[in-house]
Design a binder for this molecule. Sequence first.
Ligand SMILES: Nc1ncnc2c1ncn2[C@@H]1O[C@H](COP(=O)(O)OP(=O)(O)OP(=O)(O)O)[C@@H](O)[C@H]1O
Length: 256
Amino acid sequence: MNAPDAPALELAGLRKSFGKTEIIRGVDLTIARGERHAIIGPNGAGKSTLFNLITGRYVPTSGSVYLNGQDVSGLAPYKINRLGLSRSFQITNIFPRMTVFENVRCSLLWSKGYRYSFWHMVGRSRDLTEATDAILEQINLTARRDLPAGVLSYAEQRALEIGITMAGGANVIMLDEPTAGMSHSETEYIVNLIRDVTEGKTLVMVEHDMSVVFGLADRISVLVYGEIIATGTPEEVRADPRVQEAYLGAALEAEH
Ligand SMILES: Nc1ncnc2c1ncn2[C@@H]1O[C@H](COP(=O)(O)OP(=O)(O)OP(=O)(O)O)[C@@H](O)[C@H]1O
C-alpha cells in the first residue's frame, strides 16, 4: 500500500554483511517526500552498498527498507522500480546506436509496458512520442533528438541517463555520483538540470563533490564505517564536530 503520509524512504536497523565482514552496521534514516538527500562519506564507508540495499540489488542481512510506507526489503530491483523508485547507474547505461529519442522512448515503454497491453500501447503511440519529447525538453536534448546517443558529449550522455531514470515517472530518484568525471562547467550544468528535473520529487544521491552536495541537498547524511554519524541540513552537518573530525574537515581541505 502506498501510504500517503508515509516518508518517501525509511531505513530501519539496516545491516549488510559480506561473508563475515559487516559493511552496513545498523542504519536508520528517514527521508521525507520532496527532499533532496545526499549520502557522503570517505572511500569504503559503504555508500554504494547502502545505495544497492535501497534499490534492491543487495538483500539486507537484517533490517528493513520502506518505500512510501511499503516494506520493499528483499524485493527484486524491478519490483522496487515499479513501486516508484528509479536509479541511475554510475556507468553510462544508454544504447549508443539508438537515437536520443529512442533511448528515452524505450525506457518509457518499458516502464509502462507492464500496465498496458501491446496493442493498447500502439494505439497510444502519439502520447508516447509526446511524453518522450517532453522529457527531452526537460533535459535540454531536444536539439540532439535524432542523433545516435553515442555521439553526445559525456555531460549530455549523463543528462540523457537522468532523463531515462526519470522516464518511468518514479517519485523517488536515486543518483549514484551524477557528476563523476565532469569538468567544473559540466558539473554546474548537471547540477542545474538535476535541480530542475527533481522538482517535487525525492532525490537520494551518493556524491563525492562537496560543492554539488552543498548546492543541491536539503539534508545530508554522513556515513562512516557503515554507520550514519550525522544527518542534517548542510549547515548542521558542516558545523558538526564529529563530521569535522571523521571526514569533512579533510574533504573540505582537499578541495583547496
Ligand atoms: N559485493 C561485495 N563483496 C564483498 N565486499 C564488498 C562488496 N561490495 C563492497 N564490499 C566492501 O564493502 C566496503 C564498502 O564498499 P562501498 O563500495 O559500499 O563503499 P563506498 O563508500 O561506496 O566507497 P567509494 O566512495 O570508494 O565508492 C569496501 O570495503 C568494499 O570492499
